[in-house]
Design a binder for this molecule. Structure first.
Ligand code: ADP
Ligand code: ADP
Length: 223
């Protein structure tokens, strides 16, 4: 699915003053690409990712997924589009502590009202794929930080989304776990063909991707 961002602006109000965070973003991301979004803290990277994921709406401009313009969706339609086509991985995994790895990973499929046995089959297969085949019934509190984040990756993938958006997915991990997660994401991109858009501070990680887009002063440019 081709993603096209056309002249997107985003401003926030703070103490009655308007802060312009994104000022005319243009970009195109092709199906299957793995793209880094880099830039200084406060540059608007998370803001852009939230707009791409339909978690928030631009002040002006348009985001297209193929021929769908996100602004044409009402809130409920946008939520449905998100659950069908987009997977999210955040810096903090947001796993539900009282549910097992398998149950957490199945959650988006159940929200999508897919059959329980299908949800379980897909989640279990992906958990095996990321090396957690022997951790299915562990709760998040019984897993390492790297394992928790791999469960979050599986949860993002369980509905076979077209696009996976990740906001500093390795930001909360130590170096070894971070590198292992980077390699895992790269392998999943190559094997499963999902498009990945990943906000990262890590230059080495960005360098491993197909390309990087830099966000500075509210504008995007190729690195
Ligand atoms: P980055 O991810 O590059 O660090 P963010 O997108 O988180 O940047 O934030 C960009 C700017 O927008 C920051 O100055 C931040 O304080 C501001 N900002 C982000 N979200 C909001 C919000 N909901 N309300 C007001 N200001 C916000
Ligand atoms: P940041 O990446 O800036 O640290 P968070 O990861 O805490 O921010 O989440 C950013 C926003 O996305 C929050 O408003 C949160 O409610 C929302 N969010 C977090 N996880 C999900 C999810 N799986 N699906 C939809 N929205 C989510």
């Amino acid at each position: 699915m081709l993603i096209r961002v056309d002249d997107v602006y985003k401003h926030y109000m703070r103490q009655q003053a308007e802060i312009e965070v994104l000022r005319g973003i243009h970009m195109e991301i092709a199906a299957g690409e793995m793209v880094a979004i880099v830039g200084p803290s406060g540059a608007g990277k998370s803001t852009l990712l939230h707009l791409l994921g339909g978690l928030d709406r631009p002040s002006s401009g348009t985001i297209y997924y193929d021929n769908w313009a996100l602004h044409q969706f009402r809130d409920e339609e946008l939520a449905d589009f998100r659950n069908r086509h987009i997977g999210f991985v955040f810096q903090f995994h947001h796993l539900l502590p009282e549910f097992s790895a398998l149950e957490n990973a199945m959650m988006p499929a159940l929200i999508q009202q897919r059959a329980v046995h299908e949800a379980r089959r897909d989640a279990q297969q992906l958990l095996g794929e990321v090396g957690l085949g022997d951790r299915l019934h562990h709760r998040p509190g019984e897993l390492s930080g790297g394992e928790q984040q791999r469960v979050a990756v599986v949860r993002a993938l369980v509905n076979a989304p077209d696009v996976v958006l990740a906001d500093e997915p390795t930001g909360n991990l130590d170096q070894a776990m971070g590198q292992s997660l980077q390699q895992l994401l790269r392998r999943l991109n190559e094997e499963l063909g999902h498009t990945f858009i990943i906000v990262t501070h890590d230059r080495e990680f960005a360098a491993q991707m197909d390309r990087a887009i830099s966000l500075v002063d509210g504008k995007a440019s190729a690195v």
